[in-house]
Design a protein around this ligand. Sequence first.
Ligand code: PGA
Length: 255
Amino acid sequence: MRIPFIAGNWKMFKTIHEAVVFTKELRSTLKDVADVEIVIAPPFTAIHAVAEASRNTNIGVAAQDMHWEREGAFTGEVSPAMIQEAGAAYAIIGHSERRRLFGETDATVNRKMMAAFLAGLTPIVCVGETLEERERGETLAVLDRQVKDGFDRLAAEQVAELVVAYEPVWAIGTGRNASSAQAGEAHAHIRNRLRQWFGADAADRCHVIYGGSVKPDNIRELILEPDVDGALVGGASLDVASFAEIVTRSRTAAV
Ligand code: PGA
């Protein structure tokens, strides 16, 4: 049984001070919610402070990206071991903004996933088609390529631990979410491929979450899809009340 997994991707927002204030407030708002996995992805600078502020809660911390090397002459990069030491248990890998603006490819996604597991971090790996690809009818083929090349050489036990975020690029930050039918189709397709390539156990345990304009008023409809296990939330995760509402509404028992 997969419990809902809700992650907030803050992107390049919030200072350390703002991040700590948010985390303390979220912690008290959600103190009775034990049946949702909650993750916050602050900028690198705030990882340690957020990890301290969420200690002994079910709120986990993620980095928004990472390099694949342990250490070296890579100016501006942060290694998986550094992220782990700062208190994160997860790393977002292959976000479409990283792919589009910073040259991330399926090959670098794959290297980062292997490195994350080596450092004891759980990858939250993003896949998803652009608007042009969807309009050309290529959505499922794009997902196949991203999963096949991005997840290459992963062991079934690693795939079981993984969080896959299906994020159609046209739905990110646009206020235009995928319909539950569109999300349901993509998620079922991803799950089937995972079953085919990594076995039934890995496919059944892996969380496949949806991202792209998730808000308190559409989470319920999305999470009712059998293969939608949660959400990666951008804009609506910056406000405590709206993020907490998404967490609360994702609880299948409460739907
Ligand atoms: P959004 O971002 O919720 O603001 O659309 C989602 C994401 O980029 O992960």
